[in-house]
Design a protein around this ligand. Structure first.
Ligand code: SF4
Length: 389
């Protein structure tokens, strides 16, 4: 990750290379194939959250009109920019975020990315390209895929204007292949949690997912997951659990609470419980990518991410996942500033309990804004869960 951030920064300082900023489930493969170094503001937002720096930046963004109720990745990231600060300095000795040449977002996750990227478009006076995805899909149809793949093809034309180079379709297929390989290896890592005891936790996943988010489409990500999987598979052979005494297995639904990863992982471990799997980490598995139909398969993969499915489809996926990972209960994280990745507000926990007998627990918090999270209340909820159910 250090090399990745250094390389993008260096590219932003040179005339020879171009930098694109991309939303986290945006068309990264096209940007890489067009020759851009790709930077993800959401990863920067998560880094700010994990470093517990978000509050001062959120307040700064609020002061120029961004509400405290909207995405705290957005407000953390814009606030940090306004204050000319970045955690990349301390973490990787990278002086600043890289200056972009183009900004590309995809509304498959939320509309917030549109305003977020527009802010930077105005700041840097550079093109902003949006991919508009049909929302909350129940049955994925050919028309949906065509609608998005045509936008991907138009994006290629926009990028050619910026790079002044012809798009390399052969390299694009290679990138798609690498991205698919990365996805399959990442999926294999996540599925090791089917073992009992699980050799990994959700909290491990939130750290190890960085290459799947930021380096997919590059060989480095593939190498990383090969190494990681060989280590985890050794643990499975030794029957070594991620925690010592795994009695309760939870499934995590929703955003991580970046500034409380350690706190939460320790609370669960002390209570002999492990959060083994999540919808969040699964969101970067794009196993249906195909070099035979690169645009169409990309469109399909990016349309059918969990966050972009209907309530019925989400319900079905959650039931399947809980069975697959043999979880005793599901935790819903009600993230104050991310309604899109919060699924406890329209009766989903109640439906899972009543229709399928699945035990549920709701934790209130936020991805970055720790003012929305109470250590004590959450600890009590987790500790008392076995007695209450
Ligand atoms: S999905 Fe949620 S956390 Fe992610 S960018 Fe959108 S609002 Fe922010």
């Amino acid at each position: 990750m250090e090399r990745y951030y250094k390389e993008i920064y260096e590219a932003s300082q040179s005339d020879k290379e171009k930098v694109a900023w991309c939303s986290s489930v945006g068309p990264a493969e096209i940007l890489i194939a067009a020759g851009f170094k790709v930077y993800y503001p959401e990863n920067h937002g998560a880094l700010i959250g994990a470093k517990k720096l978000a509050t001062k930046y959120i307040i700064k963004a609020n002061s120029i009109g961004y509400s405290p109720d909207i995405c705290s990745y957005l407000t953390s990231d814009i606030g940090a920019y306004l204050m000319n600060e970045t955690p990349l300095k301390d973490a990787y000795n990278v002086p600043s975020i890289p200056r972009p040449d183009v900004l590309v977002y995809n509304t498959n996750q939320c509309r917030e990315v549109q305003d977020w990227f527009k802010f930077y478009g105005n700041e840097f006076k550079i093109p902003v390209v949006g991919i508009f995805s049909p929302w909350k899909i129940k049955d994925l149809k050919k028309e949906h895929v065509e609608f998005v793949s045509n936008q991907f093809k138009n994006l290629v034309k926009e990028l050619e204007k910026i790079t002044q180079r012809k798009f390399d379709y052969d390299y694009f297929k290679e990138v798609i292949n690498l991205s698919r390989e990365c996805s399959l290896l990442w999926k294999r890592f996540l599925e090791t949690a089917q073992n009992r005891p699980s050799p990994i936790t959700f909290f491990d996943g939130t750290i190890h997912m960085a290459p799947a988010v930021c380096l997919r489409g590059l060989k480095e990500a593939v190498d990383y997951y090969k190494l990681l999987n060989s280590e985890v598979e050794e643990r499975i052979k030794r029957k070594e659990g991620a925690i010592d005494n795994e009695k309760i297995r939870f499934y995590w639904e929703g955003m991580p609470i970046w500034g409380r990863l350690r706190f939460l992982s320790e609370v669960f471990e002390k209570n002999n419980s492990n959060v083994v799997a999540s919808t969040y980490c699964n969101s970067w598995v794009f196993e249906d990518l195909s070099p035979e139909e690169p645009f169409e398969s990309m469109a399909e993969c990016y349309l059918k991410i969990f966050i972009n499915r209907s309530e019925e489809v989400k319900e079905r996926i959650l039931v399947e996942e809980i069975q697959k990972y043999k979880c005793d209960a599901i935790i819903f994280h009600d993230a104050k500033t991310c309604p899109h990745n919060t699924n406890s507000r329209f009766g989903m926990p109640e439906r899972l309990r009543e229709k399928y007998g699945i035990k549920t627990l709701i934790i209130y918090g936020d991805l970055n804004d720790l003012r929305c999270f109470s250590d004590e209340q959450t600890k009590t909820l987790i500790e008392s869960f076995p007695e209450r159910t």
